[in-house]
Design a protein around this ligand. Structure first.
Ligand code: ATP
Ligand code: MG
Length: 556
């Protein structure tokens, strides 16, 4: 781990020169504090004479390329918005969309915002139950989908009207036709400008540790999105930016759609699902300079072996990752193989990104840490009594709301437990603040392992296990143990070409014991074909923990 020294004073200087209010002002031509997401992401760029800039470059699954300029997005979203209004839709209505990464998806998002309605993403891999859960809670007024996904809306407790890309079929004769809607008379009135507290996105969390929680994102969130894109992503006008994350989730919707469009930059969509080969070809074909993806994508890219000399052909200038811990091994690999450093960014559906390694603050990079609080946020580490802890002590990461002007999360939309206490928003994640001001992720509160009286974060163990060349992925959990309370158990997926054996297990145990610590190494290793993950690719340690508990019982 390489800590840097001189960083903190520079960072404060940087913060002092940065004003959150200047960002808000830039999103709103009228400067009266009222906002419309369509205006912020498209309308004002067109008015400023930047209509010819491409908002989107998309490659469909046949390999054909499609583009949308900001002017075209303006024009087409005006027609769809006109059609929405003809259906009686307006401010605050939830409009859900289940479409692949396509120009239609982008038009639907912008048209929704244009009428002051709230865009609700539906990930294309969802089945009918996941759809029912989200539509039922949100009281969704319209669904936009295509033939491939249409069946998922059959048999819902209450199905809203459907606008079908590809038109109505005989099975769903009542559906409205997308093509016809796009020939509707354009919305003639100005997009309604609303208070910053008004919602523009209806999200659900990833459901990594339980039922997904409903989160309505207020327009004020755009401020934080813009700060993130500018400082942490370091997005520049001439960048060819590709955030691989699916816009069915917060990472993709906030930072592959809203973020780049707020800055008036081109975003890239690849319709085809993930493959390491496809990702490499896409990056080359589109000369990607700024790349973002979840850690699981980087791990798969690394395990594929295809990227080892990629820096010779790629044009990457910046890379970033968020959603899960980015293993230190992967950080080192990216820099060597892709030819640019990868910045680990921490965020939540609730808050957006709050703690980041910044490209602009390259000297602050502390490998293995998730960076520093984003301008506009003050983050604290709290003990069990909600008192702030000094550097070096693990505790729950919290946002100090009164000192965080960019903070926008107001609470869950439905009945969930209250995450606010004494002026703090509690993230539920355990971190340690390092002496240099960077934050170190230890694990989710529930994932922390207590072994022989020590609290061990799974992230450290996983990082260490991952340094073994045979390991593609791993997850560490606590298994109940009579003597130690819990022992660390690592579930490991091996890279192709490696065979599971007791010798290999011993070798990995020994390696972690020597490199990490004699108390925080996995005493038990199980090789598995895959790890349980959410649809967005996050490891679900709670499922492995339940499995480990059962295995402990069975072996007694
Ligand atoms: P749910 O809240 O429904 O259980 P979730 O917490 O996975 O699901 P998201 O909002 O998508 O839902 O994810 C936020 C969480 O992801 C964070 O609270 C943290 O646990 C994890 N996370 C995000 N970025 C990072 C990162 N850079 N390093 C470590 N963990 C991260
Ligand atoms: Mg969460």
């Amino acid at each position: 781990m390489t800590a840097t020294s001189q960083s903190l004073p520079d960072y404060h200087h940087y913060l002092d020169n940065f004003s959150v209010h200047s960002v808000i002002a830039r999103l709103d031509d009228h400067r009266d504090g009222l906002l419309n997401a369509f205006e912020a992401c498209c309308g004002r760029h067109v008015r400023a004479g930047r209509g010819d800039v491409l908002a989107l470059v998309q490659e469909d699954s046949q390999g054909d390329m499609h583009t949308l300029s900001y002017a075209e997005l303006d024009e087409q979203s005006a027609k769809l918005a006109g059609w929405f209004q003809s259906q009686g839709l307006g401010i605050g209505d939830r409009i859900a969309c289940m479409l692949p990464r396509s120009p239609q998806l982008l038009i639907a998002v912008l048209a929704t915002w244009r009428i002051g309605a709230v865009y609700q993403p539906l990930f294309t891999a969802f089945g009918p139950d996941a759809v029912d859960y989200r539509l039922g809670r949100a009281g969704t007024k319209l669904v936009i989908t295509d033939h491939a996904n249409r069946y998922k809306f059959d048999g819902l407790s209450q199905c809203p009207p459907v606008l079908a890309v590809g038109g109505a079929t005989s099975e769903h004769a009542g559906d409205q036709d997308w093509q016809a809607a796009l020939t509707h008379t354009s919305m003639s009135d100005k997009p309604p400008r609303l208070a910053p507290e008004a919602p523009f996105l209806q999200m659900f969390t990833s459901g990594t540790v339980g039922k997904p929680k409903g989160v309505a994102v207020p327009l004020a969130g755009m401020t934080a999105f813009a700060i993130y894109m500018e400082l942490a992503i370091d997005l520049r006008n001439d960048d060819r930016f590709w955030n691989m994350a699916d816009p069915g989730w917060a990472y993709g919707l906030y930072y592959a759609i809203a973020g780049p469009l707020l800055l008036g930059v081109t975003t890239h969509f690849c319709e085809a699902g993930f493959s390491a080969e496809g990702a490499l070809a896409f990056m080359k074909r589109h000369h990607i300079t700024n790349f973002a993806a979840a850690p699981t994508a980087y791990r798969l890219m690394k395990a594929s072996g295809l990227f080892d000399d990629a820096h010779e052909t790629l044009e990457l200038r910046a890379a970033s990752s968020a959603g899960e811990p980015l293993n230190t091994e992967v950080v080192t690999w990216v820099e060597k193989s892709l030819g640019c450093p990868v910045m680990d960014h921490y965020g939540q559906t609730e808050t957006g990104m709050t703690c980041n390694n910044h490209h602009a603050l390259d000297h602050l990079k502390h490998v293995g840490a998730m960076g520093v609080p984003m301008p506009g946020y003050r983050l604290a580490v709290l003990d069990a009594e909600y008192k702030e802890l000094p550097a070096g002590e693990p505790g729950v990461l919290a946002v100090d709301i009164k000192n965080s002007p960019a903070h926008f999360f107001q609470g869950y939309t439905w009945q969930e437990k209250n995450p606010f206490v004494e002026g703090y928003y509690l993230t539920g994640d355990v971190v340690i603040r390092n002496e240099d001001g960077t934050f170190q992720f230890a694990g989710r509160d529930d994932d922390i392992i207590t072994t022989a009286g020590y609290r061990v974060g799974p992230t450290d163990v996983e990082n260490s296990v991952m340094t073994h060349p045979a390991v593609a992925e791993s997850a560490a959990v606590g298994q109940p143990d009579e003597i130690r309370g819990e022992v660390i158990k690592s579930y490991i997926v091996l890279r192709e070409g490696y065979e599971a054996s007791d010798e290999l297990a011993d070798e990995i145990k020994q390696r972690v014991r020597e490199r990490l610590s004699t108390h925080a190494f996995p005493r038990i290793i199980e090789f598995v074909d895959e790890l349980p993950k959410t649809p967005s690719g996050k490891i679900q340690r709670f499922k492995l923990r339940a499995q480990a508990v059962e295995e402990a019982k069975a072996s007694q």
